[in-house]
Design a protein around this ligand. Structure first.
Ligand code: RB5
Length: 168
């Protein structure tokens, strides 16, 4: 679960071991960036669940991968999700159709962190045609490093979102 950072002292070397499970998906618009990000997350010792696309396919469709990632997160099989498409927008729209998914496009680090702290955002959507590799890594670091602030005012708002889902 979400306590990601464990420090192990071994032969005077400090090893950071991230236990957070992160599912990741993309369409063709996000394919190249997903390869880079998945490898980087593994290097950072996150447990990465890659839900495709497995190959570059210009005819693939972002709702398919948004659904896989969202369902994986909502089912509790991963702690957080990342979906990458061309703009991040389509992936976000599709992800939020899955009950329990709280996805947003964040291309600034304030929103990537605060979206988790206040809104319990569980899926970060990124646009590979909008941002570069370095900013993507900084956004993901802010997103994965943040924890929901379990305050009554935030919980009250989340309850209202759940009520909206149940009205459908
Ligand atoms: C795919 O070409 C592109 O439309 C898609 O990745 C995304 O930008 C949609 O939001």
């Amino acid at each position: 679960m979400i306590n990601s950072l464990k420090i192990i002292h071994k032969f005077n070397i400090i090893i950071f071991e991230n236990k957070l499970k992160v599912s990741i998906g993309c369409d063709h618009g996000g394919f190249d960036l997903k390869l880079i990000i998945a490898a980087w997350l593994k290097d950072c010792k996150y447990i990465v669940i890659d839900l495709g696309n497995e190959v570059y396919n210009i005819n693939d469709d972002y709702p398919d991968f948004a659904e896989r990632v969202s369902r994986n997160v909502v089912a509790g099989n991963s702690d957080k999700g990342i979906i990458i498409c061309g703009s991040g927008v389509g992936a976000c729209i599709a992800a939020n159709k899955i009950k329990g998914a709280r996805a947003s496009v964040c291309h600034d680090t304030y929103s990537a962190r605060q979206g988790v702290e206040h809104d319990n955002m569980n899926i970060l959507c990124l646009g590979a045609r909008v941002i570069g590799e370095q900013l993507a890594k900084e956004l993901i670091s802010a997103f994965l490093g943040a924890t929901f602030l379990n305050e009554s005012r935030y919980n009250k708002r989340l309850e209202k979102i759940k009520n909206l889902e149940n009205k459908q």
